[in-house]
Design a protein around this ligand. Structure first.
Ligand code: ADP
Ligand code: MG
Length: 396
């Protein structure tokens, strides 16, 4: 990677401000952390800093408090979770800037960990206010950005602060950038993209940027309906983005120009309604009833997609292939996730929902890389710069 990392600077005895993204999902009723994978993902950076005798100041956002203190979104439970994972005390403080916090930071000894309060309690964070960024910077001697999944945001703790301190990438940031850049610059061929999700509009830029790099494109999810419609199929009551029909036709054309086979489902699971315990049936795409909704890919499509993917050396998967939140409609997505965990290829999973499924199925370690950043990885693979990455200096 071209960006400087924690390995490239001396952190011993320094106050190190580490921007992490510990914006973890919280259970709506109990407030408990329902998935700690983002916290686990930054442990290597934090452990390295401890081993190298840094004084650690962690900073994260949690949820969307919109510039106000929201009791349910305090950082303390997250700090607690980290403390348990790392087996060391983590001191959660009541704010992220100001005299009191500066005093707390002054007390830090080598290897101590302090966790600043939710940075989005201050409206200046999302406004990328330069004075607020300076206040954050004032707490530390060095800035480490390990928050890949927030790197698409132009916020004070991600972009602003990097102007005022020696700034480097953490190990998670490095790993994410390496995995994603490899897909764009030097993937092992044949290279396949498997793309699902709700809408064509969300993935259009991704598909366009990948077409010139890939050897085959497999499409499922809600957007497959729009493509099937563009090819003249009956698609019942499925979600179709009428304004995107022409876009789908344009993409079919572009794929042809790039000589990339664009493979659509050959059978679908059709339901009367998108809800639990409804009647479903599997039909070939030539036989979709005018009243049904397409909720998942069918078993023949799973087989077809698996056979194509088996020939590939690199596979990027983004977006569920059906309405996976409802167990009855999750089979296609789960089968392909399971399949990807067995192939002898580089497998990179981007997209919030897709990553969640992989974690939930316990397959994370069987994939080459599961991104922690849905929006950030999408943006990166669309070929757009990530402001949080741009703000970090390159290696000389
Ligand atoms: P990711 O977060 O992995 O990038 P997206 O955000 O693009 O994925 O899409 C996830 C959403 O797509 C899920 O909420 C899922 O229910 C929805 N989806 C998938 N297939 C369909 C379908 N056939 N009809 C409607 N929604 C779908
Ligand atoms: Mg999503």
């Amino acid at each position: 990677m071209q960006k400087k990392t924690v390995r490239d600077i001396n952190v011993a005895r320094k106050r190190v401000l580490v921007r992490v993204d510990f914006n973890v999902p919280l259970d709506m009723n109990s407030g408990a952390i329902s998935d700690d994978s983002r916290i686990r993902a930054s442990l290597p950076t934090i452990r390295y800093l401890i081993d190298h005798k840094a004084r650690i100041i962690l900073c994260s956002h949690l949820g969307r408090p919109k510039g106000e203190v929201v009791e349910e979104l305090r950082i303390a439970p997250v700090a607690n979770c980290l403390s348990q994972l790392i087996g060391l005390p983590v001191n959660a403080v009541a704010d992220c800037v100001g005299q009191r916090i500066e005093n707390e930071v002054r007390e830090l000894k080598q290897g101590d960990i302090l966790f600043l309060e939710n940075v989005r309690f201050h409206p200046e964070e999302e406004a990328n206010d330069p004075y607020f960024a300076q206040e954050l910077a004032q707490l530390a001697d060095v800035y480490v950005n390990d928050a890949f999944s927030a790197a698409h945001r132009v916020h004070a703790s991600i972009v602003g602060v990097a102007k005022y301190l020696p700034a480097v990438a953490g190990f998670l940031m490095e790993e994410e950038l390496n995995a994603m850049s490899k897909l764009l610059t030097s993937p092992a061929h044949p290279f396949a993209c498997l793309i699902g999700g709700a809408k064509v509009g969300d993935k259009i830029d991704l598909i366009q940027n990948m077409l010139k790099r890939i050897d085959i494109l497999l499409l499922g999810g809600g957007m497959a309906a729009t493509f099937l419609k563009a090819q003249g199929h009956e698609i019942g009551h499925s979600l179709v983005e009428k304004d995107k029909l022409n876009l789908a036709k344009e993409l079919l054309r572009e794929a042809e120009e790039w000589k990339v086979p664009l493979i659509l489902p050959v059978d679908m699971v059709v339901a009367d309604e998108i809800k639990v315990n409804t009647v479903t049936k599997v039909v070939p795409i030539s036989d979709i009833p005018p009243t049904g909704c397409l909720v998942d890919i069918g078993p023949k499509t799973v087989e077809l997609f698996s056979n194509e993917l088996r020939k590939c050396h690199t596979i990027m998967w983004n977006g569920p292939l059906g309405v996976y939140e409802i167990a009855q409609f999750a089979q296609g997505t789960r089968s392909l996730a399971e399949f990807l965990s067995t192939v002898n290829a580089v497998t990179v999973i981007g997209g919030g929902s897709s990553a969640e499924i992989v974690h939930e199925m316990g397959l994370t370690d069987k994939m080459t890389h599961v991104s922690t950043g849905g929006g950030a990885s999408l943006r990166f693979l669309e070929g757009l710069p990530l402001p949080g990455v741009e703000a970090l200096p390159n290696k000389i």
